[in-house]
Design a protein around this ligand. Structure first.
Ligand SMILES: [Zn+2]
Length: 113
């Protein structure tokens, strides 16, 4: 039915995925030494943002895959004020976004050469 079709489109994170996301945030927070990537202000683990560079929009997840979009290199630890500074939208910065995606794909071992 229409309803179940809609549900299939939307991905609900499982408990395991939520835990993995939390662990990733903690790891990145630790690497960033608890500071905002952009302004360097100290941020709390609860208060910091995990800002996506290539946005986690469905169209980009479909295009590049979850492994790229949720890769650590596609995310910065930021304070709430600087979240928007991480944005690297392929629609407005196609070259830079393509370079970033390529680097992540190499790390993921997806590129053959
Ligand atoms: Zn900041």
């Amino acid at each position: 039915m229409e309803c179940s079709e809609k549900n299939r489109m939307k991905h609900k994170p499982t408990a395991r995925e939520k835990l993995a996301a939390q662990e990733q945030k903690e790891r990145m927070y630790c690497k960033a030494r608890g500071r905002c990537y952009h302004c360097g202000k100290p941020v709390s683990l609860a208060g910091c943002h995990l800002a996506h560079r290539v946005p986690a929009h469905l169209k980009y997840i479909k295009k590049y895959g979850r492994a790229v979009i949720y890769h650590e290199d596609n995310m910065d630890i930021t304070c709430p004020d600087c979240n928007y500074l991480s944005l690297l939208d392929p629609a407005s910065c196609p070259v830079e976004a393509a370079e970033l995606v390529e680097q992540i794909e190499i790390k993921l071992g997806r590129r053959r050469d």
